[in-house]
Structures are given as structure tokens and as C-alpha cells.
Design a protein around this ligand. Sequence first.
Ligand SMILES: CC(C)(COP(=O)(O)OP(=O)(O)OC[C@H]1O[C@@H](n2cnc3c(N)ncnc32)[C@H](O)[C@@H]1OP(=O)(O)O)[C@@H](O)C(=O)NCCC(=O)NCCS
Length: 406
Amino acid sequence: MTDAVVPRADDFDEIAAFLALCFHGDTDPEVQEVERPIFEPERSLLIRDGGTAVAHAGAFSRDLAVPGGSVPAAHVSMVAVAPTHRRRGLLTGLMRRQLREIRDAGREPVAVLWASEGRIYPRFGYGSAAQRLMLTADTTGLRLPAPTPAEGTLRLDRPAPHTDELARLYERARADRPGWSRRDERWWAYVLLDAKGRRGGATERRVLLHHGPDGLDGYALYRTKEDWVGDVPRGEVQVGEVVAVTPEASLALWRLLLSVDLTRRLSFPTAAVDEPLLRLVDEPRQLAPQLADALWVRVVDVPAALAARRYATDVDVVIEVTDDLLPENTGRWRLVGGPAGAECSATTSPAGVACDVRALGELLLSGTTPAALAAAGRVRELLPNTLAAATPAFTWHRAPSPMENF
Ligand SMILES: CC(C)(COP(=O)(O)OP(=O)(O)OC[C@H]1O[C@@H](n2cnc3c(N)ncnc32)[C@H](O)[C@@H]1OP(=O)(O)O)[C@@H](O)C(=O)NCCC(=O)NCCS
């Protein structure tokens, strides 16, 4: 077996076939054509045994929205170990090397990923940073408030011709949505990829566009799936994304999505925990929300990561951090921040709280608070009243949203 090597661009097909094997799928040329340009071979690590791929981990270079800002983040993905080679420490080796390389490159203070299973990544310092609500709604009889005069017009189309305006609106909304990753053209092609083999019997993807007084202010990406029980329609609306920058746009989009003729169900697997729909419908129970982990964040450079975001209230706290994999992070860090920005630097002052680096990942997007982690025994208060003072600062006015699974 070889040590991990950095593959070349033309190893992509081999890696794609290997990942398909590990994730129980088939390779699809249509998917590969879109994924090939986003593959960053120089950031990949590949292990072969007897010339055959047996382990791989990759990363994409993108920016991640954090409270009040945006930070370069290694978007870790394409991680797998062959069934024949699992539980021998190959993933552990790849994760250690990858984190070391991200740290040494010095560009990205955090790494972020979606986990196939929640227990895989905490041991590498990743914390559950943004949860999602999986909605599987029974839409029968579900009501929304009456239309307001300010509601604009809706238009239905294929997404591709609208990519530029969708991108502009997404980027505008992203400024106020921790957890959303920047998308360039290649990433829009990935998001809008509509391979037939991945539709699961549903229609092609449609876009619903809402125009208000100032132009496009909301869109939804969705499919529908036909279903009949005898001659009773039970079709499903499968929502992929909803982006709205006004309440009127949100209301108008949801009104249509919840009432598509011949459908009785709606699914939306990546709703933010503060998704407006939960507060709009007359019977939230019919949305059947189920909470799940989604974005996992690994703080790679403690002072740079904590200084990259803003804080809801003024905060001046010393945090004692432990990090077994990146010892540079271990130590005492003084964070001085507030709504206008933050600074973080090493200090010898006594610490007010102590935690491991995983807890910092959980706090970075304001998906939880120091007090909540302390209640779970994951943050320790060392000086009285530190938690009460620091907790409001780590909140944010929007919940982190994990809308795109990369
Ligand atoms: C998840 C996966 C990458 C793990 O690779 P691996 O090489 O077997 O992992 P390691 O041998 O380095 O395991 C390290 C530790 O994590 C544990 N672990 C790894 N995967 C686990 C899983 N899925 N569930 C529970 N524990 C897991 C191992 O038991 C081991 O614990 P130990 O040190 O206490 O014995 C591999 O099983 C896989 O490819 N699965 C299918 C694809 C997938 O889910 N990829 C991850 C995408 S996010």
C-alpha cells in the first residue's frame, strides 16, 4: 500500500469511480462533467493498494458565511475508504494530514463538511455547527396568511437561463446567512445539475421566481413527483432551495409550493431552524420537522477563526483551548469583540472558560451557545459569570443555515 499521494487532474475518473463504489452508487458521465471542474487535485489525498484506489479525501476552496462576515474555508468532501480497507486507520491518517496541510498553508482558518454519519468527525475536532430541519409536510388543508398587497409576481421556468440573477440574489442573501458557501460559476453548475439518474422519479428541476417592487427578491428550486392512490392524487413537491430577501417573497413562494395542484406532500430536507415557513403555517405539526446535524466546522486557526466573525454584544473573554491534532491552537486566547468586529490573540491572563477545539467549531456560526455547551459539560466555566457575559455575544440574529450539501 502506498502512502497518500496528491493525485493529478486526470485521476478524477478513477477517484469518481472509487467514491461511487463507497457510496453505493454508479458513476454518471453527466455528473462527472460538472464535478470534474470543481475537483481540486492539488488538495486531494489518494491512497492506492496494488494500483487500486482504497482511500481518498478532498477539499474545495470556498468562502463560508459566518456571523457578520465571510471566511475562507476548506470545504472537505469526497471522503471514503474502501470496504476492504476500512477500520485500519486510513481515514485517521488522511484527516490528520489534511488538517496539517490546511493549517500550514495559512489561508483557511476553518474547515467545514457534511458528514455521512455523525460519529465520524468529532474525533478530528469537527463540531456540529449548523443543524437543519428536514420537513416532510402533509400539505392537505395547510393554510398561510392571506396575500398582502405588497406581494409581487411569480414566474415558473427552468433554472439555467436565470443563473446570473439567482447568483446575485443568493450572494445578497448570503451576507446575512451564516453557513452559506460562496458559489462561482462552477458551483452554480453543481447546484443546478439535474442528472436524470438522480431525480428518483421526480420531474426535472424548476425555478419559481418572485419579483417584488425592486426586482427579483426570492426564488425556489423544486421538483414535483407524481403519485396516485387509486384515482386520488398524492403528488409531492420536493423543495431544494428557498432564498427570499423579503417576507412577501417568502410568503408568495411558499403559498405556491404548498398548493401545487395534484400534490398533497412537500419535502424540504435543508430548512434552517428559523425557516419562516414554521411561523407562517396554521398547523406547524403538519410540517413534521425533524432535527438533524448538517454542517460540521473544524477550527484550524483559533485566533483567525474567532476574529473572522462578529459578535452580537460586546465581549471580552479569555478561552483556554485544547487541540490534540493541531497543538498551535492549544493555549489561552483573549477574544475582544462586538457587533463591529473582533480581535483574538494569545494571552497569559487567567481563562474565564475552557473547552476543546471542537466546541469552538460548534460556536463559530452561532448554532449553539457557550451556556448550552456548558450545560452539556462541554465548556467549563473557570471564573464566575463568564458564561452569562459571553453567551449573548455568541448568539446571532439569523440561525446558521446548511442549505447546500457539497
Ligand atoms: C467513514 C469511513 C471513511 C471511515 O474510514 P476508516 O478508514 O474505516 O476510519 P478509521 O479506521 O480511521 O477509523 C477511525 C475511528 O473512527 C471510527 N469510525 C470510522 N468510521 C465510523 C463510522 N462510520 N461509524 C462509527 N465509527 C466509525 C472507527 O471505529 C475508529 O475508531 P477507533 O479508533 O476507536 O477504533 C469509511 O468507513 C467509509 O468510507 N464509509 C463509507 C463512505 C463514507 O461514509 N464516507 C464519509 C463521508 S462524509
